[in-house]
Design a binder for this molecule. Sequence first.
Ligand SMILES: NC(=O)c1ccc[n+]([C@@H]2O[C@H](COP(=O)([O-])OP(=O)(O)OC[C@H]3O[C@@H](n4cnc5c(N)ncnc54)[C@H](O)[C@@H]3O)[C@@H](O)[C@H]2O)c1
Length: 321
Amino acid sequence: MKVMVTGGTGYIGAHVVRGLAEAKHEPIILDDLRASKRERAGSFPLEEVALEDTAGVVDVFARHRPEGVVHLAGSISVGESVRDPDLYWQNNLAAGSSLLLACALHPVKTFLFSSTAAVYGNTDLSPIPETAKLQPTAPYGSSKLAFERLLHRSAPSLGIRSAALRYFNAAGANPNWGVGEDHEPEEHLIPRVIASVVNDKPLHVFGDDYPTHDGTCERDYIHVTDLASAHVKVLEGQHLESGQSFNVGTGSGTSVMQVIDSVGRRLGRSPIVEISERRPGDPATLVADPSALSQQVGWTAQHSSIDEIVDSAVTWAQSRD
Ligand SMILES: NC(=O)c1ccc[n+]([C@@H]2O[C@H](COP(=O)([O-])OP(=O)(O)OC[C@H]3O[C@@H](n4cnc5c(N)ncnc54)[C@H](O)[C@@H]3O)[C@@H](O)[C@H]2O)c1
């Protein structure tokens, strides 16, 4: 299937593109490179267009006529969304509507959207099922939830089968694909721990008094290779009912200290840890109940033990030195 991948030169998008190609699909990247580099496209076709350029997006669809869309492009920082909410409503909700217009003019069959665990906000449920209350705490999660709803509500009249994938914590790198995580600025834990060790800089851990087994926050880390395979499975799951949102995670939590220990084992030394105040809005635990995706498309994570994730992230970081 010919698949338009927005944000396909980003961290997760670059993996999804390669996962699609390995499964014999034909990915085309739509990305204006605002948060990535051209090299990430590799040999895949790249349309350097901003989502905000509606005429440009429609023209790309007219030329390529994709059957599927995977929409990953967006702004991704919870903290930035609190400082600049307009950017998030513009990029994560309004800009996506040009894709729906392009789909109305040049029909596609399936549309997958990259959503996030942030749509749940603070919840006491663990693991979290898709039926949990949706109460995002920052414009990042609210803007993602708003696009999920816009997509699912527009899809029937456009003849599209829609699905939203709510990623938990994407991490790691595929060892065979030559791409990995390097956001600027980097806010994600695993690359920050690796950088602290390599650069001999202290690592700030926000709070060690949470109600978890070691007092630090627990998250559900999902290997990007597993994320890529989830996209392929959902795209190919023709029997799936349209308008569904699925958690993509493992069902088990790993604490900040467990991540630090794993990096320490892999590198043979650990960072100096400095405990800071809790960050407002950080839930103690965010762990997916991934059973819907497993039951409906037969997907389960295969590479997401914390040691496999950390090993792949370190290998990729070292390959860049
Ligand atoms: N990284 C995670 O752990 C995580 C977790 C949950 C959800 N997500 C979602 O997954 C998606 C990808 O995340 P990522 O970590 O790969 O981010 P990323 O910043 O590495 O990639 C985003 C890509 O989108 C492009 N882009 C952004 N806005 C654009 C626009 N208006 N027009 C054209 N291109 C644009 C950027 O240039 C970049 O290549 C995002 O939608 C994010 O919200 C990520």
